[in-house]
Structures are given as structure tokens and as C-alpha cells.
Write a protein of this length. Structure first.
Lengths: 159, 77
């Protein structure tokens, strides 16, 4: 079976296996973004998190992000795995590996990927606090998407 | 018939993840209105729709055997 570049999985993510997916003899730099579960957000203590996805669409959107990246940076290779299910503090929720001949593009393209994930990939997190739970949304948007799809913005308020 | 999918808080409000409904030929906006009428606790404001796993606009018509998913504001990463 061919290795999948984009996956939504329920098990712990093996970071090294994601890095290996982007290796090539042309790579001179690999950036790894590892998103982890944070305990404190704006003074509120998270006990654990639950992630849910619409997996087939999430994979399609990750493939779209790859196409956007290749338009901007034709020489990059990218692999992304997002975990769903119940996660504890410090667990790894997402890993993005980007390789490129040179380091600057590897950094830029990796940041582009996480920003786009937060805009177009159908994944949701539910916070479990000491005093209750809530599904989190509106990381970037406060109004319905006016053009029918999420748009690229400069800054993420919440990561 | 069309298949309707719910996620995150919408799924909790509905008490189910999916629903089949005889709404082929309706637009996304009409389906949202229909659901909000049938399920008064459900609010689909600020909720995106995807048809067959692609984002869709309010005017898009949903065809027979399509799957429409309601995508609340996302929070992955």
C-alpha cells in the first residue's frame, strides 16, 4: 500500500514517520510543525480535548492545501496527519512536515499549511474544562464566509 | 432523498450524526430553513455547507443522492 500523505487518525502520531514521507534527495531542509494540547488558554484550565473530523472532506481539503502550496513553492513536499478522538495535555494533535531545497521556503510553506488548516479543514475541538465543556469555533471567522468558502487571513487568534 | 450530516455541536443538538430527507432539488438555503423549522433548537447561522465534500454556497442546488454536510466554524490544528 502506498503511504498516504494526508491522514486523519485516532492513534498517537509518530512524528518520525511523517518526516520520512517528505524526504527526497532534493531536500536541504525539513520543517516539522507539531501542534500539542495546551493546558491554559486565557486563564482557563483545559483538562483534556476531544477532536472530531469529517474525514473524507478533511483529506480532500488537505490535498487542496498541497495544491496551493505547490503553486507558490513548486519544489516543496508536504505530509500532514491530524489526530482525532480524546487527547490529554501535551498530546500531539497535528504534525506538518515540509521539505524544500532551502530552509526559508520550508519555514514559510509550513506556516502557510497550519494557517490554511485552521481555515478550511473540517476538524473541530471540544474543550473539557473543570467547570464544563464547549465546542470551539470562530478561530478566525466571526461572520459567515461571505464568498462561500473560508478565506486566507494574516493572523490566527488561537492556535 | 438526500443525506444530511451534522458535526460538533450541531450533532449534539440533533442527537444524531445524519439524516435522510426528501429535499432533492432544494437549495442549501432552503434546506437550512427546512431544518430550522423542523428542529427549533437547531441554528444554522454562521454554518457552512459542503455538498459531496466540497464547500457550497447558499444558492447551490442539492441533487438526488447528494450528501450535504453542515460545517460549523472549524477549530482544528
Amino acid at each position: 500500500m502506498q503511504t498516504k500523505k494526508f491522514e486523519i487518525i485516532e492513534q498517537a502520531i509518530d512524528v518520525e514517520s511523517i518526516r520520512q514521507k517528505v524526504m527526497s534527495r532534493n531536500a536541504g531542509a525539513v520543517t516539522l510543525f507539531i501542534g500539542t494540547v495546551r493546558e491554559m488558554t486565557k486563564g482557563k484550565k483545559t483538562l483534556s480535548l476531544q477532536y472530531e473530523a469529517y474525514p473524507p472532506m478533511a483529506v480532500k481539503m488537505l490535498e487542496q492545501i498541497e495544491r496551493e502550496m505547490l503553486e507558490k513553492w513548486p519544489e516543496v513536499k508536504v505530509a500532514i496527519t491530524h489526530r482525532v478522538g480524546h487527547l490529554q495535555i501535551s498530546d500531539i494533535a497535528v504534525v506538518i512536515a515540509v521539505s524544500s531545497p532551502h530552509r526559508k521556503v520550508a519555514y514559510e510553506a509550513n506556516e502557510f499549511a497550519i494557517e490554511r488548516i485552521k481555515q478550511i479543514v473540517p476538524i473541530w475541538k471540544k474543550e473539557h474544562w473543570e467547570d464544563g465543556t464547549a465546542w470551539i469555533g470562530d478561530q478566525l471567522e466571526n461572520v459567515p464566509y461571505p464568498k462561500g468558502h473560508p478565506e486566507l487571513e494574516e493572523e490566527s487568534q488561537n492556535d | 432523498m438526500i443525506e444530511i450530516l451534522f458535526f460538533a455541536h450541531l450533532q449534539e443538538t440533533m442527537g444524531q450524526s445524519n439524516l435522510a430527507a426528501p429535499l432533492a432539488g432544494k437549495t442549501v438555503a432552503e434546506i437550512k430553513d427546512w431544518l430550522e423549522n423542523e428542529y427549533p433548537l437547531l441554528s444554522l447561522k454562521q454554518v457552512m455547507a459542503a455538498i459531496n465534500e466540497e464547500f457550497a454556497v447558499d444558492q447551490t442546488i442539492v441533487k438526488d443522492s447528494d450528501t450535504i454536510a453542515f460545517i460549523p466554524p472549524i477549530s482544528g490544528g
